[in-house]
Every structure is written in structure tokens, then in C-alpha cells.
Design a protein. Structure first.
Lengths: 293, 293
């Protein structure tokens, strides 16, 4: 069993990005600039956004954090989005989800100029990804694919089973892994809460991407010998053993599953850090105007 | 075994559309107007476009056919698209594919105003479909889903195996059938030319959608008893038994497969007529401005 070290890989890629940013600056180019909008004080969101801002600094980007209280109106939030759309210094930006219930996430996501949508959530980027056209790839699936590439994991003709059909992981991961590309060319199965014989299907998988958000859903008896297991789960489970009072828990029962795997990602330190790296890569592309003009 | 009669179903739906068009006209509303651009004289394309125009007349739409010779420049074709985009009388239009090699299909598809893209091929519609937002559904997958609905075929939790990963059938059909909806909620597997154990996977399927474009690919020994088989193949195979000199052949070896099926679509008269009906439905929605303003 080999551990897929997302943290180490993310550090390696950040160094590559930092080097490119240095060259851009040295040649008088514009420093890439990522902005993030954060609404409210959800613990998870706070952590994610803080990590994103910190990562921007690490690679030499400029970053801007815009905060709103939970009672911000949809209108005010949309106005902030519009301002970022029109700010030529901002190359890309994200609105951290989830948003309070009185604000439409669809409306906010669609309001973002797709040419600055470095999360890859806008319908234009989702559609272009499906059509294999240049776009900002959805950050988490793009991070997964990058891990498969860096670990030189064979994907062509392999059966990839994806657990979960969310718009931000399951569906775009399915699209990426069935494309005529490396990593890709997989036979792809998408399972979800309605799937009847999920264990039987998982046992056929060469690659499993677990993104249901159900802690330790994937057990040892659901995985065949030699499988590659990618754990996207990050549920905060209460714990009296940590200072924060919770423990980040994946969708995979790691201790049972790992011994059977050829490769497996841990939680934390697997997919998580790669999602941020994808965001940085998209922002770099945005800064260089390599996807859209 | 019950035959899924796409032709009869399409006639039924066309009557429903015709009735609605009559009511629109009676109340002084605008008659829906579909335009089609046809480049060259490919036999298949000629037939498809002729059928689309004829269907428009049947339901009371206005229709316009714009023809170009094979040597039309990309620039002139794009100008024609732009003209239709800006023509307030045209509610929706299609550019019949394939196009000659010197013209970029991606560029032409993207040039179409997504609010008039009644084929559902534009990245905005593809993305919105994936995100389960209102959009023009890709015509062939939408026709398939409509057949499942009209025949009251159970899909929830069923394993749907899709053969083929094309942008116009395989991928969008996968997205539709995994959505939280009826028809939908399927466990979805997408197989293609790189799939290693396609027979084994097909044998697990409750529903098979065959869209590889390989005549009679799906044999009797690849289908389990009681399966639902949807044949999207329409390859023109030379034949000395028909006046035209060819025979429209599906991806399913019908005589072998049909006896094992609970439901099966024939070729011709299955999915084909439903694709045109989807186009009419999208045009009606476009005319009523129900998807976009």
C-alpha cells in the first residue's frame, strides 16, 4: 500500500507556481490576484478561506478577503460580486459556500463572471469541462486528477466508481475521468443514496472516489485487493481528543481499507490540500489570461 | 417484451404541442419559429433537417431553412448565426452537424445565443443541465427520458449502463439519469471504446442506452432477462433491399436482444422521432420565453 500524500504534492506544486509567479513579476507582469468572499462565521468556511488566503501568500499572489455578516442581503452580496467582476486588478475570485438560506447560491454563482470563476462552479465552466473545451476545472475533481497524474496511476480502461453525485465533486469528477485523456479514459460508475447494490459495485472498482460526506462509509469488505481509493470526505466529527473539539473524518474507514489498497489518500492531508492548489492553478491561468481573454 | 414505440409517442406529443400552439395563436401570441442551417448535401443531414422542417409544419410552427454549400467560409457561417441571434422573430435555431472540416463546430456552437440553442449543445445549456438548472435539454437524451416517462419505466435506484461518451448523447444522458428526479435517480455507468469488460457490465444493467454508433454491437448474451434497452444507433449500412441503397441500423442486435427485454426501442421508429420532438419542445419553450427571458 502506498499513501498518496496530498500535502507533500500540494507543497511541490505550490513551489512550481511560486517559481512561475516570480518569473512573471521579474518580467514586469501582473501579480495574480485572488479575492474571496466569506459570509458569516461557519467554522469550516473560516478555516477553508484562511487556508486559501495563506496559500495565495505562499505562492506570491495578492489576495483580498471580503467579509459579510450572516444577515447580508442577497442584493448587497450580488453588488459585491459585480464589483469584483469589474475590477481589472482581480483575476479570479470565489464566494465561499454554503451561503445563508435567504441567499440563492445558484444566483450568486451565476452572477460571477465565468472568466473569473476560479472555483469552476459557473455553468459556462461546467459545460465547457463536459465538452472538453478550455475552462476553469472544478477545483476538487481537478485536484484528484492531479494526484492520479503525479502518482502515475494507470486509468485507461479502468473502472472508476464515484460515490456521490454532487455538483462540486461527483458529477464533474465523472466527466473528467471519462474524458479521452490521461488521467481519464475510465469506465465510470456514479453511485449515490439511491444506489441499490453499492457494495457489489464498489468491489468491481479499480479506482474509488468517495464523496458522499458520510464518515467511514466505505468499509474494508467493499474494496477489492489492489484498488486505488481517493477519499474526498471531510466531515467534522465531535472528538474529545482534539483541542478544537472535532476531528476531520473521511468517507473511508481507513484502517480497514488501506491494507487492501495499491494507493489511498488520507484525511486530512489527501484531497483537501489539492483543492486549494487547483484554485491557485486556476488563478494563475486567469492572471495569464490563458483560458479566456 | 414490449416495444417502445417512439414514432407513436412522437405523434402523440406533436398533437399536444400543436394544441398548445393553436391556443397561443388564438390568444394572439407569437407563433414559435425554428430556423435550421444546413451546410452541404450529406444524405443523413438532408433527411434529418427535412424531417425537422416537416415536423415544425405539423405542429403549427413557422420554420426557415438556410442552406450553404460545402465551401462556405467559417466567417460567412458565423455571420448567418449572428443574424439569427439578432432576429427577434426566430425563437430557436440549430446548425445541423457535422460541418465541413474547415469550420470549427465548437466555434459555431458557441456562437449561437444560448437562449436560442434549442439543440441544447451550447456550453451554458450543457452546464445548466448538469447543475439541474432550467435550460434547453440536449435533444436526444431528453427524448430518451421522455420515452421512459411515457412508458412509466421505473428508474429509481436502477443501474443504467450507457454505451458511448459523446457530447450529444452519452455524457448528457448520464447527467440526466443520475439526477434527483423521475426519470432519473439511476446508478449510472458510462462505457466506451476503452472499457475492458463491457459484456460483464452490460449484464448488470437494468437499463442499457446504446449510443456507440457501432451497428449491432449489443448482442443477446450481453443483456440480462428483463432489461430495458434503448437503441440510439442510426448507422446507414449499405443494403440492396432498399430503394435508397442503405438500411438504418441500430447499435443493438434486435432479434437476439428483444426476446430478453422488458422494453426495447426499435430502429427506426424508436429514439429518432423523439429527438425531433425534443427539439420542438425546446422551441415551444423558447417561444414562450419559459427558460430564458
Amino acid at each position: 500500500m502506498q499513501l498518496i500524500d496530498g500535502k507533500a504534492t500540494s507543497i511541490e506544486i505550490k513551489k512550481e507556481i511560486a517559481k512561475e509567479v516570480e518569473q512573471i513579476k521579474a518580467s514586469g507582469g501582473k501579480t495574480p490576484h485572488l479575492a474571496a468572499i466569506l459570509v458569516g462565521h461557519d467554522g469550516g468556511s473560516e478555516t477553508y478561506v484562511a487556508n486559501k488566503v495563506k496559500s495565495c501568500e505562499e505562492v506570491g499572489f495578492e489576495s483580498t478577503l471580503i467579509r459579510f455578516e450572516t444577515d447580508v442581503t442577497e442584493k448587497d452580496l450580488l453588488a459585491s460580486v459585480e464589483k469584483l467582476n469589474n475590477d481589472p486588478d482581480i483575476d479570479g475570485f470565489i464566494v465561499q459556500l454554503p451561503l445563508p438560506k435567504h441567499i440563492s447560491e445558484d444566483k450568486v454563482t451565476e452572477a460571477i463572471d465565468y472568466r473569473k470563476d476560479v472555483d469552476g462552479f459557473h455553468p459556462v465552466n461546467v459545460g465547457r469541462m463536459s465538452l472538453e473545451m478550455p475552462c476553469f476545472l472544478s477545483a476538487t475533481p481537478s485536484g484528484i486528477v492531479e494526484l492520479l497524474r503525479r502518482y502515475k496511476i494507470d486509468t485507461k480502461g479502468k473502472h472508476c466508481v464515484i460515490l456521490g453525485r454532487s455538483n462540486i465533486v461527483g458529477k464533474p469528477a465523472a466527466m473528467l475521468l471519462m474524458q479521452k485523456a490521461y488521467p481519464g479514459d475510465c469506465t465510470v460508475t456514479v453511485c449515490h443514496s439511491r444506489t441499490e447494490n453499492i457494495k457489489e459495485i464498489c468491489l468491481q472498482a479499480d479506482i474509488i472516489i468517495a464523496a458522499l460526506g458520510v464518515p467511514e462509509f466505505l468499509k474494508g469488505d467493499m474494496v477489492k485487493q489492489g484498488a486505488v481509493v481517493i477519499d474526498v470526505g471531510t466531515t467534522r466529527v465531535p472528538s474529545d481528543k482534539t483541542k478544537s473539539g472535532f476531528k476531520l473524518t473521511g468517507d473511508v474507514a481507513f484502517d480497514e481499507v488501506a491494507p487492501k489498497c495499491a494507493y489511498i489518500t488520507p484525511v486530512p492531508g489527501g484531497v483537501g490540500p489539492m483543492t486549494i492548489v487547483s484554485l491557485l492553478k486556476n488563478t494563475l491561468l486567469a492572471g495569464k489570461k490563458e483560458v479566456y481573454n
